[in-house]
Design a protein around this ligand. Structure first.
Ligand code: FMN
Length: 191
């Protein structure tokens, strides 16, 4: 099989599509949909979001140096898309999408109540890359919907929420589970 060479571009998929809340719950706040995001360190837990300076949210994130990453679900897919094609300059995205801002523990930015998991982040570093500025942040706290936590084991079952992924311009529901971490090297049961 031969491969065709293309010009350089962003072709690393699937990605999450998350709703990032920013600003101050007692003042101006907003939601921006972000796909350029990821985990970058375990200890301490760190992640990043890359944001174009022309976004309305940019100045809030730059000013407060804090934000909340809210994971999205199949149910929240439409709101996720909408918050990514409309600007907080013209709309109150929480109101329009019937989302509820609730207070975070450590940052001024609100969490989105309807999101299954909200991750409070504090910006440690900003890297200017060109089209986007990369906000490298430390995770201060993770808030998970109590319905997702197994009462006996304390384990978090995220799959119940049907997290969406973003692949080359389209949103997808989760597919079939094909294995667990390390399954490729585990001894196969003899049949
Ligand atoms: C699926 C999706 C992913 C997006 N990812 C990013 C991103 O990673 N960085 C960014 O700056 N904008 C991204 N956008 C665009 C912003 O979400 C969009 O411009 C939004 O309207 C900005 O809102 P604001 O002006 O209220 O800040 C994305 C949009 C969508 C729909």
């Amino acid at each position: 099989m031969s491969k065709e060479e293309w010009k350089p571009g962003n072709m690393l998929y699937p990605l999450p599509a998350v709703m990032v809340s920013c600003g101050d719950i007692n003042g101006e706040y907003n939601i921006i949909t972000i796909a350029w995001t990821g985990t970058i360190n375990s200890e301490p837990p760190m992640c990043y979001i890359s944001v174009r300076p022309e976004r309305h949210s940019y100045k809030m994130i730059k000013e407060h140096r804090e934000f909340v990453i809210n994971l999205t679900t199949t149910q929240l897919a439409e709101a996720t898309d909408w918050c990514g094609v409309r600007s907080g300059r013209n709309y109150d995205k929480f109101k329009e999408m019937h989302l509820t801002p609730i207070a975070s523990s450590y940052v001024k930015a609100p969490m989105i109540k309807e999101a299954p998991v909200s991750i409070e982040c504090k910006v440690e570093n900003v890297i200017l890359l060109g089209s986007h500025d990369m906000f490298i942040a430390k995770v201060l706290a993770v808030h998970a919907d109590e319905h997702l936590i197994d009462k006996k084991t304390g384990a978090l079952d995220l799959r119940q929420t049907e997290p969406i992924s973003y692949i080359h311009g389209s949103y997808y529901e989760p597919g079939k589970k094909i294995g667990r971490f390390g399954y490729s090297v585990k001894k196969k049961k003899s049949t």
